[in-house]
Design a binder for this molecule. Structure first.
Ligand code: ATP
Ligand code: MG
Ligand code: MG
Ligand code: MG
Length: 465
């Protein structure tokens, strides 16, 4: 008797095998013929396996006929070819053992549709739903594809710190780290105790591993980070979290065009792997989510065509000529908002867009200044349905220009000395970008809210679990 997964039991090759399955009951239906159907799921795939529990089982009346949605069970039986449409196999049970019951009056995931908002309130149980299960599997595959993509191309995975004094200027508002001193007398409200900082010095949760990543790229050549990232986003949009996961490759001797080429190949690889290894889950998203029928067409379109590369200046021109009225008015020099980014990708070009050469005033000090003196070698990748998914740039490798940019932005050189050293000693042109993992999952799945594509979302006021 082999323990196998539901995923394996659903394959035609399993027919004839005597197996043990362990999982959770999705539904039970009693047939007039004196037997029951149990739809069993163990998280290994989107679908369930249908178990036929015959009336002859010793505990048929006492246990099987009382199995509820959510109960955990162990089932031994034989895999048979299924006469029913839409499934290759079913399992004829020789024994059904109840492991843990789920009270039908209190278990919240009874067989009916639940809103995503409701599910957010039961974040510990929602991975048992079809949708959140699919999200978790796709997220896993995307993470694996990311590591494979870089590994195959000779990049090293570098672990940048989570606690840092470097604030990666401009990336976003930061959470400050403090130490709780159990001996300290209680402080008056609003008073900050110096000792309660990071051992006496201010420190923050990282908003980006880029600056530290640059140090390793300027030694190992090509590196990437992949870790949790924190931003005190107090904005409650469907695209921002206070804690999210970011992938940040950084490459020595790469210019902005090399950077764009890499970003495009990277996204295409993530999509094509998901379409190969997560087909069942992607089909589920296409069928079950609102306005998502075109999911496969959208993904195929991304795979089969080049991303449109357009300068910020051209992008602003298109927006100005669009005849649309915007919530945030457009003019050269303003930061583009989600409505503008989505218009360019969704309506104008109908494909991913790489917008590059942004006004220097909009972007952080470390981006390389173009010869025009007005723009920097920044790039954002914008995709339909989401807007910005990647932000990146060629970095400023000239010490004097970097220093003058820091002065221009009012940054004290103290604290950045180590970063300036990278330009003092053996400086090289280099580039990199950051991809948001959750935004990638939004794009791949067609899910609407970023809170539903991360296991335990952190948003203002929400750090339960
Ligand atoms: P936005 O303009 O959408 O706020 P950003 O320009 O602040 O994003 P970057 O600093 O360029 O973001 O970070 C790189 C990538 O990280 C973004 O393109 C996005 O995919 C992701 N990202 C940034 N902020 C968040 C967030 N608060 N929650 C989830 N993902 C984020
Ligand atoms: Mg932001
Ligand atoms: Mg942005
Ligand atoms: Mg950005």
């Amino acid at each position: 008797m082999d323990k196998i997964s539901v995923s394996d039991a659903r394959r035609a090759e399993a027919v004839g095998r005597h197996v043990r399955l362990q999982g959770w009951v999705r539904t039970r239906r009693d047939s007039k013929g004196g037997f029951s159907f149990i739809e069993l799921n163990d998280g290994s795939c989107q679908g369930n396996v249908q178990v036929v529990a015959p009336g002859e089982l010793a505990n048929y009346e006492s246990v099987v006929k009382h199995l509820h949605t959510g109960a955990s069970v162990r089932i031994d039986g034989e895999v048979k070819a299924s006469p029913a449409k839409g499934q290759a196999t079913e399992v004829l049970a020789a024994s059904v053992e109840l492991i843990g019951d789920a009270d039908v009056n209190t278990y919240p995931l009874q067989k009916k549709g639940h809103s995503f908002e409701f599910l957010r309130g039961i974040a510990h149980l929602r991975p048992r739903t079809n949708t959140l299960g699919a999200v978790a599997r796709v997220r896993h595959q995307v993470s694996i594809s990311i590591h494979q993509f870089f590994h195959e191309r000779g990049f090293y995975y570098v672990h940048t710190p989570v606690i840092t004094a470097s604030d990666c200027e401009g990336a976003g508002a930061m959470f400050r780290v403090s130490t709780i001193d159990p001996e300290a007398p209680p402080k008056a409200e609003g008073k900050v105790d110096y000792k309660q900082d990071f051992f006496g010095k201010p420190a923050y949760l990282t908003v980006s591993g880029q600056l530290q990543g640059e140090a390793f790229a300027c030694a190992l050549g090509k590196i990437y980070t992949f870790g949790p990232t924190f931003r005190a986003e107090n904005s409650n949009t469907p695209r921002h979290l206070a804690e999210f996961w970011m992938i940040e490759p950084e490459m020595a001797f790469y210019d902005l065009t090399d950077n764009m080429d890499l970003a495009e190949a990277f996204l295409k690889r993530i999509i094509s792997d998901a379409m190969t290894y997560c087909l069942e889950d992607l089909k589920f998203f296409a069928e079950k989510l609102e306005n998502n029928k075109g999911l496969f067409e959208k993904l195929e379109n991304v795979l089969n065509n080049g991303f449109k590369r357009v300068s910020y200046t051209e992008g602003v021109d298109i927006l100005l000529k669009s005849g649309k009225t915007w919530e945030y008015p457009v003019a050269w020099g303003v930061d583009l908002q989600s409505e503008h980014e989505r218009y360019l990708a969704e309506q104008h070009f109908k494909c991913p867009v790489i917008l590059y050469d942004y006004p220097r005033t909009l972007k952080p000090f470390y981006m390389k200044v173009n010869d025009d003196g007005k723009t920097v070698r920044a790039m954002d990748v914008l995709v339909p349905g989401v807007g910005e998914i990647i932000g990146g740039s060629q970095r400023e490798e000239r010490l004097d220009v970097l220093e003058s940019r820091m002065r221009e932005q009012g940054l004290p050189p103290e604290g950045y000395e180590w970063y300036l050293d990278l330009r003092r000693y053996g400086t090289v042109p280099h580039s990199g970008f950051g991809l948001g993992l959750e935004r990638t999952i939004l794009f791949l799945s067609g899910m609407a809210n970023i809170r539903d594509v991360i296991p335990f979302p952190r948003t203002p006021g929400n750090a339960e679990y």
